[in-house]
Ligand binder design. Structure first.
Ligand SMILES: [Zn+2]
Ligand SMILES: [Zn+2]
Length: 389
């Protein structure tokens, strides 16, 4: 990446960055920018605020596109899981949004990993870099989560996010975007990264092994794409929305199961000749999903929960124990899973664009969020394009 693609990408990058700006770290940065900030619950205001300054190992990113995530909706309504200075994120001038991509426009003093003009996508969590979990690569489970004074950053969760014209990112949260990938598709890298992390924690070899993905939401659908890219076979997607299941088929599912028409455990047993699969990636949050997942897998199989029900649910624990079933829970996308997901997307192993359904300008973030929340016009991934208002 570097100066050459700045001109070839002029359709996607606006404005184009000149050669002299690339050399001199002098891309013109205004003092203030437009950004959405969270006031009271459900109250987003479009304001002018200072453009942040990158620290020594950070860059300033001009946000070019950002996808709306279900977690954004949760944060705007209830605060958690966002946490700013140890408290809820309301009325602190906090800018939400975490699934963004953009262009590097200013380098911190020690940054040589990126150049001005590089197109990048971000993973959410930089972590603190000093706690035990961060040192293990589990920075999404940082023990100093929500405490920027301890060095913690998770943009859109504990530090300012991407519903704005600019954002500061640690170099450890960025991955290069290939020239032939659109801004909209690049916003989906982090979603695919979450699915990749779910498959990672099950420590699966995946290739040639059976995988069920429960729930064709954005993470579930990306889970299908990633599992396919890793060679899963058979790969089965279960869910209730027919249009989304069809997208799952196009992303590589060998079989799709509409659970309104067929009992899903029986369907998985039918597809696998009675044996069941090795891994289940649970992305639905349905109350009975864990019990169903347990009955879809072989003895000794593994389940990863990437979604959860709102209320506590009874679970047949004896079945899990008797069958030596391993259950994992993930938060976000640790251990550089985003980088591996980006590699699969760069190799075009699956077409993430299939889940992008709507696009709005930065001025219309509340509308974009409403489309995602209410699934208006069958919305799946709603993207906000910045700089095209
Ligand atoms: Zn998200
Ligand atoms: Zn940490």
């Amino acid at each position: 990446m570097g100066k050459n693609d700045a001109s070839s990408e002029s359709m996607m990058i606006s404005p184009t960055i000149s050669d002299s700006q690339l050399r001199l770290n002098d891309y013109p940065i205004p003092a203030t920018m437009k950004a959405w900030v969270l006031g009271n619950p459900e109250e987003l205001t479009f304001v002018e605020k200072p453009v942040p300054q990158p620290g020594p190992a950070e860059v300033l990113v001009r946000v070019d596109a950002i996808a709306v995530c279900a977690t954004d909706i949760e944060i705007i309504r209830h605060g958690l899981p966002a946490m700013v200075d140890g408290g809820l994120p309301f009325n602190r001038g906090f800018t939400p949004g975490h699934e963004y991509m953009g262009t590097v426009v200013r380098l911190g003093a020690s940054v040589d990993e990126f150049e001005i003009g590089d197109r990048i996508a971000v993973e959410v969590h930089a972590g603190c870099g000093r706690c035990r979990r961060c040192r293990e690569g589990m920075y999404t489970a940082c023990l100093n989560y929500g405490y920027p004074k301890k060095g913690h950053r998770a943009n859109g969760f504990s530090t300012d996010g991407g519903f704005a014209e600019y954002a500061v990112n640690s170099v450890n949260t960025m991955v290069h975007v290939p020239d032939d990938m659109t801004d909209e598709e690049a916003t989906l890298i982090v979603t695919a990264g979450t699915a990749m992390y779910g498959l990672d924690v099950m420590a699966g070899i995946i290739a040639g092994e059976g995988v069920v993905v429960i729930g064709p939401g954005p993470i579930g659908l990306m889970g299908v794409g990633v599992a396919k890219g890793l060679g899963a076979q058979p790969l089965i997607l279960t869910g209730i929305i027919e249009r989304r299941l069809e997208i799952g088929r196009r992303l590589g599912a060998d079989a799709i199961v509409d659970v309104t028409k067929e009992e899903p455990v029986a369907a998985v047993r039918r597809v696998t000749g009675g044996k069941g699969v090795q891994y289940v990636l649970e992305c639905s949050g349905a109350p009975n999903a864990l019990d169903e997942a347990a009955r879809m897998i072989t003895r000794g199989g593994r389940i990863c929960l990437a979604a959860f029900p709102a209320d506590p649910v009874p679970v047949d624990l004896a079945y899990l124990v008797r069958n030596n079933i391993y259950v994992f829970g993930i938060r976000g996308e640790g251990k550089s899973a985003t980088h591996r997901a980006a590699a699969l997307m760069a190799q075009k192993r699956f077409d993430a664009k299939l889940i992008h359904t709507h696009t709005f300008p930065l001025t219309e973030v509340p509308t974009a969020i409403r489309y995602a929340r209410e699934r208006i016009e069958d919305a799946i991934k709603v993207v906000v394009k910045v700089g095209e208002n």
